[in-house]
Design a binder for this molecule. Structure first.
Ligand SMILES: [Zn+2]
Length: 94
């Protein structure tokens, strides 16, 4: 997927509330063990690809491509009006 399209999709989903603006309760990064859709770009994450699994504040566990998750994180920071100080990272592995 084109990176620009993916970035736009992440912002749309944040605006619509399809993706939570709050940081997840916990995240895990590693190799995908079984194919499932990415919550950000809706494309499949293939087994063996790098993925991030996030336990979200709304109680939903979402899976993301590594790149999609980084895009989501940077969009969240921009929404929060972050400048120099970033909130503590809670993810492990990435
Ligand atoms: Zn993705």
């Amino acid at each position: 997927m084109d990176n620009e399209i993916m970035v736009r999709l992440v912002w749309q989903k944040l605006a619509r509330g399809d993706l939570p603006r709050a940081l997840p309760k916990s995240t895990w990064g590693g190799r995908c063990r079984e194919r499932h859709p990415c919550a950000a770009c809706d494309q499949a994450i293939e087994a063996g690809a790098m993925e991030v699994e996030a336990d979200c504040v709304d109680g939903v566990t979402r899976h993301y491509h590594g790149l999609c998750y980084r895009t989501l994180e940077s969009a969240r920071l921009q929404l929060a009006g972050q400048s120099a100080v970033a909130p503590p990272r809670r993810d492990r592995g990435f």
